[in-house]
Design a protein around this ligand. Structure first.
Ligand code: GDP
Ligand code: MN
Length: 395
């Protein structure tokens, strides 16, 4: 679950990380009021679940409360990176001497927690990583270990901090690590960490994602007004639709629509498609005896997906029976039809009946089966995968 900047800043502040002073506004009048209270130039930041707001026009400066009001009005009327702006963070504007990057995430390859620092802040870290990877300092920490002050000191030194500044950066790094662990975060990020003209280090931006599967361990988030939400900002429209329908579904970047059995079979199917030179358009899990209605919804997701050129259907009847599966698919074909070619294979529980149901239906209604191949156990899964890849390439 991704937090809004103002929510993350609340947690950062509680963890002892200095943040810029400010408040959230939902109207232009509130924005004006906050600017009056701060009685300083302010920065207005659209609260959306996306980074890169600066470049997209989601960050504005104002010299006076009057200007803050008109900038807030502009922001509230805008869509930034596709998101409507409902809240604005009105913060004091810091005078920048230098900008840094400081973040923590999981290194899934080496099973470690990794702290990343860079003396170039404000820019997307991915950009620097591809352009000047040597400018990024990485400190790996074993998952059962801690990020200790001596590590913070050395990191702060590498970042060029001195004296009180060094202590301050070191403390920020240590606190950020604690915060990461305390909330089962997947990511915490300060970009930019600003060194002000007065020589203070302040988190000007805050990003944080908490592992969805650990949310049950953190009722305190809801108590702080941080409501549980899905990572909608990072979901495609189809993924949102699938979630609404309760179907585990992920969009991928290929063109073979995947209509498999359960999760394991789904992953294996994706591997097969890759192996034969194709690219899956999605991952989907349809296990656990899906009803005809549910099967129909799954096919709707694939059929409406403009990226899908052909559909790979491979069903292993375990708990769910292939005859029920066939009935569900036939129902869909009769009601909606399928605009994409599909290769379908059934094995396992009642597969012969499944194949028979399809064959009988095909004799009665050949037109709804025009682009559909039905296979049973006699055709190996390797062949089915190749057929699907070939069909996607030919379409
Ligand atoms: P993002 O683009 O979504 O990451 O939004 P940020 O909160 O990082 O703001 C974008 C940019 O605005 C930052 O990279 C900074 O360069 C700048 N910025 C943010 N806060 C301040 C501030 O208090 N003072 C000044 N002068 N610039 C700021
Ligand atoms: Mn930022």
């Amino acid at each position: 679950m991704r937090l809004y900047e103002y929510e993350a800043k609340k947690l950062f502040s509680q963890a002892g990380i200095p943040i810029s002073t400010g408040e959230v506004a939902q109207t232009k009048e509130q924005a004006r009021g906050i600017a009056e209270k701060l009685s300083k130039p302010v920065i207005l930041k659209a609260q959306i679940l996306s980074g890169g707001r600066g470049k997209a026009g989601g960050v504005k400066f104002a010299q006076s409360p009057q200007e803050a009001q008109s900038k807030a009005e502009e922001l509230l009327a805008a869509r930034i990176k596709g998101f409507p702006v409902k809240k604005i963070l009105v913060d004091e504007k810091l005078d920048i001497q230098q900008e840094f990057y400081l973040g923590i995430t999981l290194d899934r390859v080496n099973y470690k927690i990794v702290m990343l620092a860079c003396s170039e802040g404000g820019v997307e870290i991915e950009e620097i990583a591809s352009r000047n990877p040597e400018k990024i300092k990485r400190v790996s920490v074993d998952v059962d270990q801690n990020f200790y002050p001596f590590m913070g000191n050395s990191l702060a030194g590498w970042m060029g901090a001195k004296g009180d500044g060094l202590k301050s950066v070191s403390k920020i790094a240590v606190s950020l690590f604690k915060l990461f662990r305390q909330y089962d975060a997947k990511l915490v990020e300060i970009n930019p960490l600003i060194l002000t003209k007065e020589g203070k280090y302040v988190a000007a931006d805050a990003r944080m994602s908490v592992d969805d599967d650990a949310l049950f361990r953190h009722p305190e988030l809801a108590e702080m007004g941080i409501e549980k939400r899905h990572e909608e900002g990072e979901m495609t429209d189809r993924e949102k639709q699938a979630r609404e329908w309760g179907i585990p579904y992920l969009d991928l970047d290929g063109d073979v629509g995947m209509f498999p059995g359960g999760a394991g079979f789904g992953i294996m199917g994706n591997d097969f498609i890759h192996y034969y030179g194709g690219r899956p358009a999605n991952f989907m899990d349809s296990g656990g005896g899906p009803t005809p209605e549910r099967l129909a919804k799954m096919l709707v997701l694939l059929d409406n997906n403009p990226n899908v050129k052909a559909i790979f259907g491979a069903r292993f009847g375990g708990i769910s029976r292939c005859d029920d599966f066939a009935k569900g698919v036939v129902m869909f074909l009769k009601e909606h039809g399928l605009s994409k070619p599909m290769v379908l294979r059934m094995t396992g529980n009642m597969w012969q009946d499944g194949v028979r149901i399809f064959k009988e239906e095909k004799d009665k209604n050949p037109e709804i089966f025009r682009n559909i191949e039905i296979h049973g156990i006699e055709t190996p899964i390797e062949e089915i995968s190749q057929r699907a890849v070939g069909l996607a390439k030919a379409t």
